[in-house]
Design a protein around this ligand. Structure first.
Ligand code: PEP
Ligand code: MG
Length: 546
C-alpha cells in the first residue's frame, strides 16, 4: 500500500480521489445488493445495507480528511489508519454483534483501498521475505494476489484444502494446511517446518530435523519450478487404458505445460480468468485466452467449463466473504446462474466457439440441476452457431458438450440426461456437499470414503456406460490415492487432477491392476460406513504397492 506524505497543493486532488473511491465502492455495493435481492431475500440484503451505511459514514470521512490535512499523509494511508482505529474499537467491545461487524468493516476497507489504488494489485498482501503465511483464513482472491514465490506455505485456522482457496494453493504449488488452532504459538517461532503432505507442522527445527527434510525440500523446489517433467501414464499395470487429465484455471499455468507429456485438460475453470481484476473479461479477451490455451495444448482435448459463479466463487468476485461462510449460495451458481444472466453465457459461448478452430475444444456445464439446463444451453449454442455462420466466422463443428454431475437433483435424471450430452464429468467436491451436506470448509477426505459417494458414482458410471458416453472424475477425490482405487474399482477410467498432483497420481495408476481393484467393488458398494470403505481401500492399496 503506498504510504507517503503529500504537499499542501495536493490536498484537493487527494480528497477528490477519496470521494471517487467511496462513490465507486458505493456503486459496486448497490449492484451486489441488487444481486442479493434478486436471488436471496431482504434479510441478506441488509448485510449490504449495513456496509453501504458504513462506507459513507460522515464521521469516518471527516476523520480521513482531517488526517490528510493535519498530518499530510496521502489519502490511502489516512483511510487505512482511520479504518484500523474503527476496527480496534469494534474488537474491544464486549458485544458479539459489534465484534462480528469487523468482517464488514474489513470488506469495506479492502474495497475502498482497491479503488484508491491505480495499481491493479493493491490487494496483494506484502510478503517481503520468503515466509510461511500464518493467518486466520485465506480467501481465493488473497491467494491470487500474493507473491507465490515468496509464499513458502500457508497455515490457517479456518478453511479446508478442498475449498477454492485450497484448489488455488495447489495450482500455485503453495503447501497449505488448515484447521490449526494454535496460530499464536506458531508465530512465536522464527522457523517451522510445514509438511502439508502429511499434515504435520514441526516446531522443533533442530539441525538434525533440517537435514532430514533437506532432500524433500529440494525435490519440492524442483517441482515448484518445473510444472510437469514426466510423461503421464496412459495405461494401468495390466494394460487397461486410463486417462489422466489436468485441472487448470490460468493461462500461464497452461503455458507451462509440455503437451508432449500429458493427455489434455479435463477441467479448465474459466471463472478463474475473472479473478485478477474482479471482472468478467469481454468476448475478445476470452477468445484470446481460449485460443492461447488450445494452441498450447496442440490437438489434445481441453474441457472448458463455463463460468461457475455462485457459492464461494461469486463471492470472491464480489469480495463478499460474509455471505460465503453461510453457504447460502449453494443452490445458486453454475449453469443456472448463467442462464439467468444470458449475456454473460452468450459472450462466453461465442468466444469458445470462435476459438474452437485452434484445437480439440469441449464445453462443460457446471452444477447442472435439470435436463432443461442442458437443453436451454444447446438452444443458445445453436443460435450462436447460426450467427457465426451468417457472419462468416469459422468455428469447429465437433465441439463436444458435457454435463458436470455434482448435484443431487440431476442424479434422478441421469439416463435421460445422457441422451443429450457427449460426456459426464463428476464434480466430487460439490457432489459431497449435496449428498453428505458437509461443506468444503470441513475435512473433505472423510467424504471421499462415504458410501453415498460410491453409490452415486456407481449410478453415474452405469448410466454413462448404458448410453455409451465417456465419464470422467474431475473433483479432488480423484487425487486421493485410496479413493482413486475405489473409483477404479467401480469402473472409472478417466480422471482429471491438479497439475501438482499429476505425477504422483500417474505413478499410482501405473501400479493399478484393474481386476484386483474390481474385486473390491461389491464390498465397497455394500459397505455401511466410511470406516469400512477406508479399510477396504487401504488394504487394496497395500496390495498394489507391494
Ligand atoms: C467439483 O465440484 O468437484 C469440481 C470439480 O468443481 P469445483 O471444485 O470448481 O466446484
Ligand atoms: Mg463443482
Amino acid at each position: 500500500m503506498p504510504r507517503h506524505f503529500i504537499r499542501k497543493s495536493d490536498f484537493d486532488c487527494e480528497i477528490e480521489r477519496f470521494n471517487a473511491a467511496i462513490q465507486k465502492s458505493r456503486e459496486e455495493l448497490i449492484r451486489v445488493r441488487d444481486l442479493v435481492l434478486d436471488h436471496l431475500d431482504e434479510n441478506h440484503a441488509q448485510i449490504i445495507d449495513a456496509q453501504l451505511m458504513a462506507i459513507q459514514d460522515e464521521e469516518m470521512i471527516k476523520a480521513v480528511q482531517d488526517l490528510v490535512h493535519r498530518e499530510q499523509k496521502n489519502v490511502t494511508w489516512a483511510y487505512y489508519e482511520v479504518m484500523n482505529v474503527y476496527e480496534e474499537l469494534l474488537l474491544k467491545t464486549y458485544d458479539q454483534y459489534f465484534k462480528e461487524r469487523t468482517t464488514d468493516l474489513r470488506d469495506i476497507k479492502k474495497r475502498v483501498l482497491h479503488h484508491l489504488s491505480n495499481e491493479k494489485d493493491i490487494l496483494q498482501p506484502e510478503i517481503n521475505v520468503a515466509s510461511i503465511i500464518v493467518t486466520e483464513k485465506i480467501s481465493p482472491s488473497d491467494l491470487i494476489h500474493i507473491d507465490h514465490r515468496q509464499a513458502l506455505g500457508i497455515i490457517t485456522r479456518y478453511g479446508s484444502v478442498d475449498s477454492h482457496a485450497g484448489i488455488l494453493a495447489r495450482a500455485f504449488r503453495v503447501p497449505y494446511i488448515s484447521n490449526i488452532s494454535n496460530l499464536e504459538e506458531l508465530v512465536s517461532y522464527s522457523e517451522i517446518i510445514l509438511d502439508a503432505d502429511n499434515e504435520v507442522i514441526l516446531l522443533d527445527v533442530s539441525n538434525e530435523i533440517k537435514a532430514e527434510f533437506a532432500p524433500r525440500i529440494r525435490d519440492f523446489q524442483i517441482l515448484r519450478e518445473q510444472i510437469i517433467n514426466r510423461k503421464v501414464v496412459k495405461k494401468t499395470k495390466d494394460n487397461v487404458p486410463y486417462e489422466i487429465f489436468i485441472n487448470a484455471g490460468f493461462v500461464d499455468e497452461v503455458k507451462a505445460i509440455n503437451p508432449k507429456l500429458v493427455q489434455g485438460i479435463g477441467l479448465f475453470r474459466t471463472e478463474f480468468l475473472c479473478l485478477k481484476r474482479n471482472t468478467i473479461p469481454d468476448e475478445e479477451e476470452q477468445y484470446e485466452a481460449y485460443q492461447t490455451i488450445l494452441k498450447q495444448m496442440t490437438k489434445l482435448p481441453v474441457v472448458f467449463r463455463v463460468f461457475d459463479f455462485g457459492r464461494d466463487k461469486l463471492m470472491l468476485m464480489l469480495d463478499l466473504e460474509v455471505i460465503q461462510e453461510d453457504h447460502i449460495f449453494d443452490e445458486w451458481g453454475g449453469i443456472g446462474f448463467l442462464l439467468e444472466n444470458p449475456v454473460i453465457l452468450r459472450n462466453q459461448l461465442r468466444a469458445l466457439l470462435r476459438a474452437s478452430v485452434n484445437g480439440n475444444t469441449q464445453i462443460m456445464l457446471p452444477l447442472v440441476m435439470s435436463i432443461n439446463d442442458v437443453l436451454q444451453t444447446k438452444t443458445m449454442l445453436e443460435e450462436i452457431k447460426e450467427e457465426l455462420k451468417q457472419a462468416n466466422i469459422a468455428f469447429s463443428e465437433d465441439v463436444k458438450l458435457g454435463a458436470m454431475i455434482e448435484t443431487s437433483s440431476i442424479l434422478e435424471e441421469l439416463d435421460e440426461l445422457a441422451q443429450h450430452v457427449d460426456f459426464f464429468s463428476i464434480g466430487t467436491n460439490d457432489l459431497a456437499l449435496y449428498l453428505i451436506g458437509s461443506g468444503r470448509t470441513v475435512d473433505m477426505a472423510k467424504n471421499y470414503y462415504h458410501p453415498k459417494m460410491f453409490g452415486a458414482i456407481d449410478r453415474i458410471v452405469k448410466s454413462a456406460e448404458k448410453a455409451g458416453i465417456p465419464v470422467n472424475v474431475c473433483g479432488e477425490m480423484a487425487s486421493d490415492p485410496y479413493a482413486l482405487i475405489g473409483l477404479t474399482a467401480i469402473g472409472i477410467r478417466s480422471i482429471s487432477v491438479s497439475s501438482s498432483a499429476l505425477s504422483a497420481i500417474s505413478d499410482e495408476v501405473g501400479k493399478f491392476d484393474t481386476s484386483q481393484c474390481r474385486a473390491v467393488a461389491d464390498a465397497l458398494l455394500n459397505a455401511k460406513d466410511a470406516t469400512v470403505i477406508y479399510s477396504i481401500l487401504k488394504e487394496c492399496y497395500r496390495g498394489h504397492i507391494q
